[in-house]
Design a protein around this ligand. Sequence first.
Ligand code: APR
Length: 312
Amino acid sequence: MARKKIALIGAGNIGGELANQLVQKQLGDVVLFDIPQKEGVAKGKALDLEQASALSGADAKVSGTSNWADVAGADVLIITAGIPRKPGQSRDDLVASNLPIIRDVADNAKKFAPNAFSIVVSNPLDAMVYEFQRRTGFPSAKVAGMAGALDSARYQLFLAREAGVSVKDVRTLVLGGHGDDMVPIASATTINGIPVDRLISKEKLDAIIARTRTGGGEIVTLMGTSAYYAPAAGAIAMAEAYLLDQKRLLAAATLLSGQYGYKDLYLGVPVVIGGGGVEKIVDISLTGDEKAALEKSAASVRKVVDVVKSVA
Ligand code: APR
C-alpha cells in the first residue's frame, strides 16, 4: 500500500515544523508547497528534513515545490499560507493580506486535491476556514480549522504547571473563535477526572484563563512573529486522527448548522475526527456564563466573516 500524501500549503515556520513532525511520526510522504519566490526555501527545508531522516531512520519522503501539480491527489492538505501576526496586531488585522491568499489556495485545492481532508491554520482562522470551504464547495466534514486543539493545549499546560501534575492528566476544552474572547470551558476541565476547581483556586483559574486567551499574543510579543511548534502539533493531532481513523474528540473549527444555536458559521466546538473527517459535532450543554461567552466570541467571528463576504 502506498504511503499517504500530505501536502503542506505554506512552507514557512509552521509548514516546516509540520513537515518535521509528520516525518518523525511517519504519517505519510510530505509535499512542502510555497509561492515561486519561496520555492528554494520549500526545497531546502525538504532536503534538510530528508537528510535528518537518515539519522532518525524515517523513510517518508519530503519534497519542496511551487507547482500545484505536485500537490495532486493529496490525502491531507494543511494550509498555513499567509502572513503571520507582528507585535501589536490582532489576528483580525490579517484579513486584508490573507483573504486573497486563501482564495488562491482554495481555487487550486479544488482543482488539484478535491478529495483531501483540509485543515486550515491561516489567520484569522474562523473566517479563513469559512471562506476556504465556501469557495471550494468541499463537504464541510472535509474542511476543519485548527485552533481549539492549540488553545486547549495552552490552557492544559498552564493548568498542569499550576497544579504540579503531568500535562497528560489535564483534560480541557477551549471553544469559540480563535481570538482573545475564546471560551475555556471550566465545566469540561478536569485533572484526571477531578473537577479543576477542587485543585486550583478561582483566582488562579481566572488568571490562567486570561493567559490562555492571549497565549498567542504572548509569544508574538516575545518572538516578533507567531508561534509554530504548538500550532503545528495541533494540526498534526487532527491529521493523525483522520489518517489513522482515531475518532478523537477535539475542539476544532467546524461549520455549524444549528448546533449551539449557530448556523452558517465556522466556530470552535468539540468534534469527533476519524477517517470520514469531521464525523460528528458534539453538542454539549453549556452553563449560562459559558453560553454568553460563546455568544460574544461568535459575534466577533461573524464580524470578520461579514468583512470577508463583503469583499468580492
Ligand atoms: N500559496 C502558498 N503559500 C503562500 C501563499 C500562497 N498563495 N502566500 C503566502 N504563502 C506562504 C509564504 O510565502 C510563507 O512562506 O505562506 C508561508 C507562511 O509562512 P510564515 O510567514 O513563516 O508564517 P507562519 O508562522 O507559518 O504562519 C502562517 O498561520 O497561524 C497562522 O497567523 C499565522 O496566518 C499565519 C499562518
